[in-house]
Design a protein around this ligand. Structure first.
Ligand code: 6PG
Length: 490
């Protein structure tokens, strides 16, 4: 048997898989492909892959036999059981040091499990975020690989060759061990949900608040895409608003207002709840999708419930400029929250994240790519230990400048009866985050009153009666005779 020629294998010839294969072939790599429906291999070879350095395999064994050692195999299959099934099919044909890369949107706990399991048998598992959709897969995705560190030297060249480039730099670097790559991809998707929700709320305000046509809103997004909001999602929103159906009417206004979700945003919020991180904007974005999905109930509610009729009569241009600043400020809060989650996950899992590196990976190729991410990268390059994006001079100044507009927009949204949950939670979070005193003292008193859950006192009130250690319970009603505070080991 002649020496195997394949540089990398790929299983899963759906559109993303095909595009990633074509991208790798364009960069001079010999790619061996397999698909559960084998006829898809032949169809791909006879069409899109014709004349390219792509070898078709009609079995897992044939795929493996055609790969150089250490073998590198990318799985682009549906997250969940299919990944475990293909790992089980591959393993008998692999040898120690071979590499399996899951490029799907797998849930990071699954990636941790697979990484730990395969490691015991000498196989190197990588969970890689792949972002940018079909276009990204074909011409340059953002890639976020993490897992067994021994794998990285063997996949670095191909990953960085096929990745998107920004200022000549690949939007791909090693994220860290275990499930860290898929964790970061999950946070990317959560932030994506937040960006999309903010844009949707801006669209709603422009439409229902100012009564702009889709063409006029497209003009607004065209202008915004030349400023601080310059980004892929603003750009595609511009295109969507300009897009007319065959009857000359904007297609977007014909689309059912019920948002789908595959789950990565929900996972982000679940992780935030688990790690105790107030990621409120992504939370609102997920709940807004679920609120939108109860369309029939909302239609019934709209016939029963009353509220203000949106009719703005002020300076429209000022409103639009305020809206741009409010969106920008809310976006800063969302990314601040996202990086707080990454920080906490790093502590929980002992993963060391390079935030500037993450900013670079997200600067191009992915769905949240933007000029804004360049500013985030600079902030973390300036101070890798930055506790919060809001403590960076650039973002601190940006928020200060945006505040008046931000507050006006949220007030107007409430007056006009237009829901702005993401804008509003961003400002509420900001006002909470910058408060050195919050009303949680009353909550502690209530908890102790009805449940004797105990409380602590501020340092200035620590005394023999109110010791620093342990929990303090007060007999709030005086019933039962004992009126003094008692201390419990919390
Ligand atoms: C990406 C996207 C992609 C995701 C779609 C659909 O980074 O290319 O995030 O991974 O699957 O956005 O996600 P939802 O159905 O959850 O919106």
């Amino acid at each position: 048997m002649s020496e195997p020629k394949g540089d990398i294998g790929l299983i899963g010839l759906a559109v993303m898989g095909q595009n990633l294969v074509l991208n790798a072939a364009d960069h001079g790599y010999e790619v061996v492909v397999f698909n559960r429906t084998v006829s898809k291999v032949d169809h791909f070879l006879a069409n899109e892959a014709k004349g390219k350095s792509i070898i078709g395999a009609h079995s897992i064994e044939e795929l493996v036999k055609n790969l150089k050692r250490p073998r590198r195999i990318i799985l682009l299959v549906k997250a969940g059981q299919a990944v475990d099934d293909f790992i089980a099919l591959l393993e008998p044909h692999l040898e120690k040091g071979d590499i399996i890369i899951d490029g799907g949107n797998s849930h990071f706990p699954d990636t941790i499990r697979r990484y730990e399991d395969l490691k015991t048998r000498g196989l190197l598992f990588v969970g890689s975020g792949v972002s940018g959709g079909e276009e990204g897969a074909r011409h340059g995705p953002s890639l976020m690989p993490g897992g067994h560190p021994d794998a990285w030297p063997h996949i670095k060249a191909i990953f960085q060759d096929i990745a998107a480039k920004t200022d000549g730099e690949p939007c791909c670097d090693w994220v860290g061990p275990s499930g860290s790559g898929h964790f970061v991809k999950m946070v990317h998707n959560g932030i994506e949900y937040g960006d999309m929700q903010l844009i949707a709320e801006a669209y709603d305000i422009l439409k229902r608040g100012l009564g702009l046509s889709d063409k006029e809103m497209g003009d607004v997004f065209t202008k915004w895409n030349k400023g601080v909001l310059d980004s892929y999602l603003i750009e595609i929103t511009r295109d969507i608003l300009y897009y007319n159906d065959d009857d000359g009417k904007p297609l977007v206004e014909k689309i059912l207002d019920a948002a789908g979700q595959k789950g990565t945003g929900k996972w982000t919020v679940a992780a935030a709840l688990d790690y105790g991180v107030p990621v409120t904007l992504i939370g609102e974005a997920v709940f807004s999708r679920t609120l939108s999905s109860i369309k029939d109930e909302r239609v019934r509610a709209s016939k029963i419930l009353t509220g203000p009729k949106p009719a703005f009569s002020g300076d429209k241009q000022q409103f639009i400029d305020d809206l741009e600043q409010a969106l920008y400020a809310s976006k800063i809060i969302s990314y601040t929250q996202g990086f707080m989650l990454i920080r906490e996950a790093g502590k929980v899992h002992e993963w060391e994240f390079n935030n500037a590196g993450l900013g670079l990976m997200w600067r191009g190729g992915c769905i949240i790519r933007s000029v804004f991410l360049g500013d985030i990268t600079k902030a973390y390059q300036k101070n890798p230990q930055l506790e919060s994006l809001l403590f960076d001079d650039f973002f601190h100044a940006a928020i200060d400048k945006a505040q008046p507009s931000w507050r006006r927009i949220i007030g107007l949204g409430a007056e006009l009866g237009i829901p702005t949950p993401a804008f509003a939670t961003a400002l509420a979070w900001y006002d909470g985050y910058r408060s050195d005193r919050l009303p949680a003292n009353l909550i502690q008193a209530q908890r102790d009153y009805f449940g004797a859950h105990t409380f602590k006192v501020l340092d200035e009130f620590v005394s023999q009666k109110y010791p620093k250690e342990g929990g303090i319970h007060t007999n709030w009603t005086g019933r039962g005779g004992n009126t003094s505070a008692s201390t419990y080991n919390a």
